[in-house]
Design a protein around this ligand. Structure first.
Ligand SMILES: Nc1nc2c(c(=O)[nH]1)N[C@H]1C(S)=C(S)[C@@H](COP(=O)(O)OP(=O)(O)OC[C@H]3O[C@@H](n4cnc5c(N)ncnc54)[C@H](O)[C@@H]3O)O[C@H]1N2
Ligand code: MOO
Length: 401
């Protein structure tokens, strides 16, 4: 069986980023930038006052001096003249510094008279002046491709005079749940019926990873039914199936899709939960076949679908963000499969992450998964560990899950 790392590498090697589309700035939040954002102007475009007060020549700025006020410069209305010796211009925050001036007297340090102003404090040259280009200059590259855009980035792009941005198209991920026993939440349940949680959980996960989920009709455990539903995935960037991945004669995903041109790259990996993972291509569409057990499906989604979506979405780093944590309870020896334990996380006295594996690890138990804060990685053949040892975890909240 294939090691987890190798399985992920093969998945990533088969995928390339989606094309670019242009979106208006408010739509660009959380999208991945596809082209560099260069400043279209210099910011600030000229030297500006950072305070309300008076613009003057620093040489005139001794405490006790009285200057003639020759004009006013509100923001957006630059003073047309020049500040000469013995003169000052009333100025406001964000206004262009008038020619000739090189210092600002704070309003709080000024005594305004009739057409004059007296300095209560000396001024310092350059104080309270934002020089031209303090933040950026025209042509500076402010944001690089591959960046997931934050609210701060949107502000920066707006300040640089970009009304639209070029971003990667959000990956379209088709989700196909299979199984005779599967019904949609809220439907009448036949005897032996199971409510399909996988499709909904996966759709939410796809959203959390910045993709667009496309929910296909549930397929029964019949070759024609699976083939018909899967056909609707054409045009998507990836088809994810759940269920029917294992070895039973009702586990039909591969059998149903083979006549449609399914080329399997690998099936079965050395991982728990998630052993019967399928990776291949259905015609043009990459296919990730997840196991039906809900915890297996979601754990595989974290370890393989998340990275696959990062690659499709144009992010430079697709590896899951493992963190170090300290065991708060002992762990047993592991077998040959890389194990991902549902685990609870607290903070130790020094702020370190402390992790405890849940007692029950059955791959059907969604309540345990929903209550867990992390997946705790156990390498193949990892030895038993006492309390206080370092392990690797994936923090589910950090993944937006
Ligand atoms: N003899 C063997 N049996 C099994 C093996 C094996 O190696 N030899 N592998 C086991 C492992 S590991 C897993 S994981 C499961 C995976 O099986 P399938 O992918 O074929 O999944 P199903 O059999 O269709 O379903 C398994 C389980 O999950 C429930 N399920 C399915 N779809 C959904 C859904 N959309 N929402 C919620 N729950 C779902 C289904 O009812 C089953 O209970 O195989 C083991 N067997
Ligand atoms: O690998 Mo299965 O996912 O053990 O439950």
């Amino acid at each position: 069986m294939l090691p987890v790392e190798e399985a992920r590498a093969r998945i990533l090697a088969a995928l390339s980023p989606t094309g670019a589309e242009t979106v208006a700035l408010p739509e660009a939040w959380n999208r991945v930038l596809a082209a560099p954002v260069a400043a279209r102007l210099t910011q600030p475009p000229a030297a500006l006052s950072a305070m309300d007060g008076y613009a003057l020549r620093a040489g005139d700025g001794a405490a006790g001096a009285t200057l003639r006020v020759v004009g006013s410069a509100p923001a957006g209305h630059p003073f047309a003249g020049r500040v000469g010796p013995g003169e000052a211009v009333r100025i406001f925050t964000g206004a262009v510094l008038p020619e000739g001036a090189d210092a600002i007297l704070l309003q709080e340090d000024a005594e305004a008279g009739d057409g004059v102003v007296t300095l209560r404090e000396a001024v310092r040259p350059g104080r309270w002046i934002r020089p031209e280009g303090l933040d950026f200059r025209a042509g500076d590259i402010l944001l690089h491709p591959g960046r997931r855009l934050t609210a701060r980035d949107i502000g920066l792009a707006a300040a640089a005079n970009h009304p639209w941005l070029s971003v990667h198209r959000a990956p379209r991920i088709a989700i196909l749940a299979t199984g005779d026993e599967i019904v949609l939440p809220g439907e009448a349940l036949p005897r032996g019926g199971i409510v399909s949680s996988n499709a909904h959980a996966l759709a939410a996960l796809v959203r959390a990873y910045g993709g667009q989920p496309v929910l296909l009709p549930i397929a029964a455990d019949r070759v024609e039914s699976i083939a018909a539903s899967a056909g609707a995935a054409r045009g998507c960037d990836l088809l994810v199936t759940t269920g029917g991945a294992s070895v039973g004669e009702h586990d039909l995903v591969q059998k149903a899709l083979a006549p449609l041109g399914l080329a399997v790259d690998f099936w079965k990996i050395a991982m728990r939960p998630g052993k019967p993972l399928i990776w291949g291509r259905l015609g043009e569409t990459p296919l990730l076949g997840l196991p039906g057990n809900p915890v297996s499906a979601l754990t595989c989604a974290v370890l393989f679908l998340g990275p696959a979506m990062a690659r499709l979405g144009g992010l430079p780093d697709a590896a899951p963000p493992f963190r170090r944590a300290v065991t708060a309870a002992a762990l047993p020896q592991n077998d040959a499969r890389e194990d991902y334990l549902r685990a609870f996380v607290t903070r130790g006295e020094a702020g370190q992450l402390m992790v405890t594996a849940a007692q029950r690890q059955d791959s059907s138990m969604l309540r345990v998964l929903a209550g867990a804060e992390a997946l705790l990685r156990r390498a193949p053949h990892a030895p038993a560990l006492p309390q206080g040892e370092t392990v690797e975890i994936l923090l589910l909240s950090e993944l937006g899950l």
